[in-house]
Design a protein around this ligand. Structure first.
Ligand SMILES: Cc1cc2nc3c(=O)[nH]c(=O)nc-3n(C[C@H](O)[C@H](O)[C@H](O)COP(=O)(O)O)c2cc1C
Length: 394
């Protein structure tokens, strides 16, 4: 059964509502693969609760009827400071999931970041016209493969390269263990029983399941056996990654180069000193180091360390337009949203991701209006209550 558009959209009135709908639509192991974090999920929870503790101090007498959410980032105009972040295996949530999400981002006027672990390849994503498009990579034991991915991204006209630095060892995701979910996806008995209850997803994915693989890792002419490809992928990650690797990538990639997964202010400063063009403050959504602070909690210290030399972006628990406004008030240029795109895909594919982005746009616009702010450039530190109070202290 296909949802009639108004019905599902009415139900999907917030990102939290979309998560609940995705939970109902997806087999438990698939939902948990996206929703879960590492170990006790302290960091996962912190990401969202830290936003809740930040208070906004409005000035409603700066009344405005029109709000302009657009920004310029790395020379590209975006209609709002919300970017679709990289998530591996988006194609597990909806057929051709990555290209659906990328098309929705383009239609919304924002950027899409393609994950190394996507089902579709660098080239297939570029062919769908996603723009602006960013490519996310890792440092591999075979440094030649990192170079190869960067070169393929350059050849396919990607606008920026994102080096994720917090995933060289895979976090201990206990929901996946409990559900018997692994990469490649293998479902335990309970998982299989749960799947049978998710008939719509099963029907939609019936031809896809057998074809799902990590497209970027399949060699030309090779059969795309996910087991073999996934094994190769995990074995390729190099935990001995160092600054020399960052320098080497800097030499290869001439366009904007961002580091994703930076939390320590000194690492942030060091990265900028070495010629990095942007930072994504991120704890990988609590999927890697459980115990890391919330991204929004470390943002002010990173902003101080970087001293406005490069754009600083943030992800992790951004679930409301007001969260984006808070991050911008604390110095970020934009936020990335990752899980919400998977909820959008699970509910309605491309239309679901477009709807998800529209929720952020409308919520941001309303919050800015309530705060008496017409333009992104007018979002300042003093919008955050605690910063306002601190600023007044002698
Ligand atoms: C299912 C899933 C897959 C992910 N895959 C990647 C990836 O391939 N590369 C990457 O840099 N981050 C990956 N991430 C991390 C996200 O990009 C993001 O940092 C994190 O989820 C926090 O954002 P969120 O709270 O909006 O989900 C993944 C996250 C999820 C949930």
């Amino acid at each position: 059964m296909i949802h009639s558009a108004p019905a599902w959209k009415r139900q999907a009135y917030s990102i939290a509502a979309m998560r609940a709908m995705a939970r109902a639509a997806l087999p438990r192991p698939v939902f948990d693969f996206a929703d879960g974090g590492a170990e006790d999920e302290h960091t996962l929870k912190r990401n969202e609760t830290a936003f809740a503790t930040i208070e906004l101090l409005p000035r409603p007498l700066n009344g405005t009827s029109e709000r302009d959410l657009s920004i310029t980032l790395f020379g590209k105009r975006l209609s709002m400071p919300v970017i679709v972040g990289p998530t591996g295996l988006a194609g597990l949530f909806w057929p051709d999931g990555e290209r659906c999400a990328a098309r929705a981002a383009r239609a919304s006027g924002t950027a899409y970041c393609h994950s190394h672990g996507s089902v579709s390849t660098i080239e297939q994503l570029a062919e769908c016209g996603a723009a602006p498009r960013w490519m996310q990579v890792f440092i591999y034991k075979d440094r030649g493969f990192t170079r190869e991915l960067a070169e393929r991204a350059a050849q396919s006209g990607y606008d920026a390269l994102v080096l994720t630095v917090d995933n060289q060892l895979i976090g201990n995701r206990e929901r996946d263990i409990r559900n018997g979910f692994s990469i490649p996806p293998q479902f335990g008995l309970a998982g299989l029983a749960g799947m049978a209850l998710k008939a719509e997803w099963l029907w939609r994915m019936r031809r896809e399941i057998g074809r799902i693989t990590f497209g970027n890792y399949v060699r030309p002419g090779e059969a795309s056996d996910i087991k073999m490809v996934a094994g190769r992928m995990a074995a390729m990650l190099d935990p001995t990654m160092s600054w020399a690797d960052v320098d080497a990538l800097r030499k290869i990639w001439t366009g904007p180069l961002l580091l994703k997964g930076v939390l320590h202010p000194q690492e942030a400063k060091h990265a900028v000193d070495r010629g990095i063009d942007g930072l994504i403050v991120s704890n990988h959504g609590g999927r890697q180091l459980d115990g890391a602070p919330a991204s929004i909690a470390v943002l002010p210290a990173v902003i101080d360390a970087v001293a406005a030399r490069v754009p600083v972006l943030l992800d992790g628990g951004v679930r409301r337009g007001s969260d984006v406004v808070k991050a911008l008030a604390l110095g970020a240029q934009a936020c990335l949203v990752a899980r919400p795109q998977l909820w959008g895909l699970a509910i309605a594919g491309e239309a679901g991701v477009a709807h998800m982005l529209e929720i952020y746009r409308q919520e941001m616009s309303r919050v800015m209006g309530l705060c008496g702010i017409a333009r992104i450039a007018d979002i300042g530190k003093d919008l955050v209550f605690s910063q306002f109070i601190d600023g007044r202290q002698p």
